[in-house]
Design a binder for this molecule. Structure first.
Ligand SMILES: Cc1cc2nc3c(=O)[nH]c(=O)nc-3n(C[C@H](O)[C@H](O)[C@H](O)COP(=O)(O)OP(=O)(O)OC[C@H]3O[C@@H](n4cnc5c(N)ncnc54)[C@H](O)[C@@H]3O)c2cc1C
Length: 565
C-alpha cells in the first residue's frame, strides 16, 4: 500500500490540470493512466478551451463581461441552466487560466471565433482560445509517452498541422508568404524525421496535452502509465483511495485528500454507446481506446448518480468512414474544414439540403438526429476538391485516386450519374444544386443562410468574396462523401456540485470523491455554446477540485490559495 494526498484517475486536460494545481498548492499528487500513453482525447483535440472573460482576448482589443457570458449561457441552456454549476465555472475559468499561466507551461493565444449561437444576447468572440505550438523535443525521451493526434488528421504520418498553417499551405505556390511558411514547416518536419523519426512540432490539442504533461513532470506529479484504476476504496460512505493495477500487481493507494475521476467518458465503449447514444449502429466515436466509462462505473459503485436524461449527451460531429481491405476503418471528423468552405452542399437521401453546412458540429448532427438521418452526402466538384479537400482526400497536390478506388470518394462526370451512385433521386439532386447555385452566384444562401451567420462566415474561406462560405457548385466532375453521425466525446458524466464533488443518490457529496472533464455531467447539459465547451469546463473543474481538496489540508500554502482567488 502507498499513500498520497490526491489520486487523479486519467491524464487528459481535466486530470492533469487538477494534478498540477494540487502540486502547486503543496499537495502530493499521483496520476494513474490506464493506457501506455498520456493525454487521452485531449491529445487528439483542437486544444481550444471556451473561457468567458479571459484576459487573453485583450491582446486583440476584445473585452467580455461576466454578465454578458451569463446572459448568453442562460439563452443557450434555457431550462437546463444551473446557476449552482455555471456560477463557479464563470468565476473560476479565468482564474484557472491565470493560475496555469503563472505556474506552468500552459498558455493560450487569442482566436476570434464567434460563439456558436452568435445571434443570442451576450454572444461574443474570442471566448474560444488556442494553444500555442509546443516543441516536443523539450519532453526528451518522454515524448514517446504522449499520445499522438489521430493519424488521419496529420500529414505524412506524423506532421501536425494547425489552423494557421492551412491558408499559407494552400497558397504555397501562389504567394511568397505561403511559400515561406510551407518551406519552414516542411523543413522542420524533414529534420525532425531524420533526427527523431517523427514530427516534434506539436500543435492544437497535442500541444495542450504536451504542455500539461511537461508541466506535471516539472511540478513533481507522480505519473503512472499502464495503470488502470480498478476500484475505489470506500469506508463508511467516504472514498479513501483507489486500487490500481501497476507493474502487474494490485496496488492500494490511499488518498488523504481525495480521488478525482477524470477518465474521459465512454465514447470507446460499444455497449454504453448502444445503451445511450441515438442510432448507435450508425454512430462513430473518435475517442481513444481507453475511454470506456471506467470513471462512471467506479463512481456508480460508490453510490454516484448517472442521469439517464443526459447519459447520451455528446459533442457531436459528422464523420466519414474509409473501409480498408483488412476490415479496419478510418474515421474522419468533419468538424468544420471542407463543409464550411464555399462551393459544397450536403444532401439527405432525398437529394435535398437540410442544414446550413457551415453550422457548428453540434447543430449539424443534432439536425441529423432530429430528422432521423444516419447517412447524408457532402457534394462538391473537382475544383473544390483540389482547393479545399474533402474529408480524407487532401487538396492538390495530393491525389484522390486511392480514395476513389477504395469507394470512400464517389466520383461522377455528371450530377445525374452522381445521384445514381449515392442512391438519391437524380432530378431532385439537380434541382437542389440549381437552386443553390442561383443564390450562390450572388453570394447568398436564401434557404439555410450559410455564411449569413457569424459562425459559418468565420469558418469559410476569408479570401473568397462576397461570401466566404458560399459559391456555386459549378461544373463536374463531381465528388461525394458519405457522412454519418459521430462524436468527439461523450459528455454525460456523473452528477456533481459546483465544487466538482460527486453527489450520491441523496443529493449530498460523497466525501473524498470528485469528477471533472467527461466524467462530470457537463454543465452545458448537451448544449455547445462555443468552441472549447468541453476542455474549458474540464480544466476549470479540475482546478476547482484540486483547490477544494487543498483547502482541507494543512500542507497547502494558504498564501498561494489566497493569491489565486
Ligand atoms: C478530433 C477532436 C477534436 C476536439 N477538439 C476539441 C476542442 O478544440 N475543444 C474542446 O473543448 N473539446 C474538443 N474535443 C473534445 C475534447 O478533446 C474532450 O472532451 C476532452 O479533451 C476530454 O478531456 P478529459 O480530461 O475529460 O478526458 P481525456 O482527455 O479523454 O483523458 C482521459 C484519460 O483517462 C484514461 N483512463 C480511462 N480509464 C482509466 C482508468 N480506469 N484508469 C486510469 N486511466 C483511465 C484514458 O486512457 C485517457 O487517457 C475534441 C475531440 C476530438 C476527438
Amino acid at each position: 500500500m502507498i499513500e498520497t494526498d490526491i489520486v487523479v484517475i486519467g491524464s487528459g486536460a481535466a486530470g492533469l490540470t487538477a494534478a498540477i494545481t494540487a502540486r502547486k498548492l503543496g499537495l502530493e499528487a499521483l496520476v494513474v493512466e490506464k493506457t501506455a500513453l498520456f493525454g487521452g482525447t485531449t491529445a487528439y483535440s483542437g486544444g481550444a478551451p471556451w473561457i468567458p472573460c479571459n484576459h487573453v482576448m485583450k491582446q486583440i482589443g476584445l473585452d467580455d463581461s461576466r454578465e454578458a457570458a451569463e446572459r448568453y449561457l442562460r439563452g443557450v441552456l434555457g431550462e437546463a441552466y444551473r446557476p449552482d454549476l455555471v456560477g463557479p465555472y464563470l468565476d473560476n475559468a479565468p482564474r484557472m487560466l491565470q493560475f496555469l499561466e503563472r505556474n506552468s507551461q500552459v498558455c493560450f493565444k487569442p482566436f476570434p471565433l464567434p460563439d456558436y449561437e452568435s445571434s443570442l444576447p451576450g454572444a461574443a468572440k474570442c471566448r474560444s482560445l488556442l494553444t500555442p505550438e509546443f516543441d516536443g523535443r523539450l519532453l526528451g525521451q518522454r515524448l514517446a509517452e504522449l499520445r499522438q493526434p489521430l493519424p488521419q488528421l496529420m500529414l505524412f504520418g506524423s506532421m501536425q498541422i494547425e489552423g494557421a498553417d492551412i491558408h499559407p499551405m494552400r497558397h504555397a505556390l501562389k504567394t511568397w508568404a505561403g511559400f515561406r511558411h510551407t518551406v519552414k514547416v516542411m523543413r522542420r518536419f524533414v529534420l525532425d524525421r531524420l533526427r527523431h523519426g517523427r514530427g516534434t512540432r506539436l500543435v492544437n490539442g497535442n500541444a495542450l496535452a504536451a504542455r500539461l504533461f511537461h508541466s506535471a513532470i516539472e511540478a513533481g506529479v507522480a505519473l503512472w502509465k499502464n495503470t488502470p484504476a480498478l476500484e475505489l476504496i470506500v469506508e463508511n460512505g467516504a472514498v479513501r483511495g483507489v486500487v490500481v493495477q501497476h507493474d502487474g500487481r494490485r496496488v492500494t493507494v490511499k488518498a488523504r485528500r481525495g480521488v478525482l475521476l477524470a477518465t474521459g467518458g465512454f465514447g470507446a465503449n460499444d455497449k454504453m454507446r448502444a445503451k445511450y447514444v441515438p442510432s448507435p449502429e450508425h454512430h462513430y466515436s473518435l475517442q481513444p481506446e481507453g475511454n470506456v466509462g471506467d470513471g462512471i462505473r467506479l463512481g456508480l459503485a460508490a453510490g454516484a448518480v448517472h442521469d439517464p436524461k443526459h447519459a447520451g449527451d455528446c459533442i457531436w460531429t459528422p464523420v466519414s468512414v474509409l473501409r480498408k481491405p483488412d476490415g479496419s476503418i478510418v474515421k474522419y471528423p468533419h468538424i468544420f474544414i471542407d463543409r464550411a468552405m464555399p462551393g459544397c452542399i450536403v444532401v439527405d437521401p432525398q437529394g435535398r439540403r437540410f442544414v446550413n453546412e457551415g453550422a457548428s458540429y453540434q447543430t449539424f448532427v443534432n439536425t441529423m438526429h432530429e430528422r432521423g438521418l444516419t447517412e447524408v452526402h457532402l457534394i462538391a466538384n473537382r475544383d473544390f476538391l483540389r482547393k479545399y479537400g474533402l474529408g480524407l482526400a487532401r487538396p492538390s497536390p495530393f491525389s484522390e485516386r486511392a480514395l476513389v478506388e477504395a469507394g470512400y470518394l464517389i466520383e461522377a462526370a455528371t450530377l445525374t450519374e452522381l445521384a445514381l451512385r449515392i442512391g438519391v433521386e437524380a432530378r431532385q439532386l439537380e434541382a437542389t444544386v440549381r437552386r443553390f447555385d442561383e443564390g450562390a452566384a450572388r453570394g447568398e444562401d436564401p434557404e439555410f443562410g450559410k455564411g449569413a451567420d457569424a459562425h459559418s462566415r468565420f469558418r469559410g474561406d476569408q479570401t473568397h468574396a462576397p461570401n466566404p462560405s458560399v459559391a456555386p457548385i459549378g461544373e463536374g466532375p463531381y465528388y461525394a462523401v458519405a457522412l454519418h453521425p459521430g462524436d468527439l466525446s461523450t459528455v454525460g458524466g456523473l452528477e456533481t456540485n459546483g465544487s466538482a464533488q460527486v453527489l450520491g443518490t441523496d443529493g449530498q457529496p460523497i466525501p473524498g470523491l470528485y469528477a471533472s472533464g467527461l466524467d462530470m455531467n457537463s454543465i452545458m447539459r448537451g448544449r455547445y455554446p462555443g468552441g472549447g465547451s468541453s476542455i474549458g469546463p474540464a480544466m476549470t473543474f479540475g482546478y476547482i477540485a484540486a483547490r477544494h481538496m487543498a483547502q482541507h489540508t494543512a500542507k497547502a500554502g494558504q498564501h498561494e490559495l489566497e493569491a489565486t482567488t
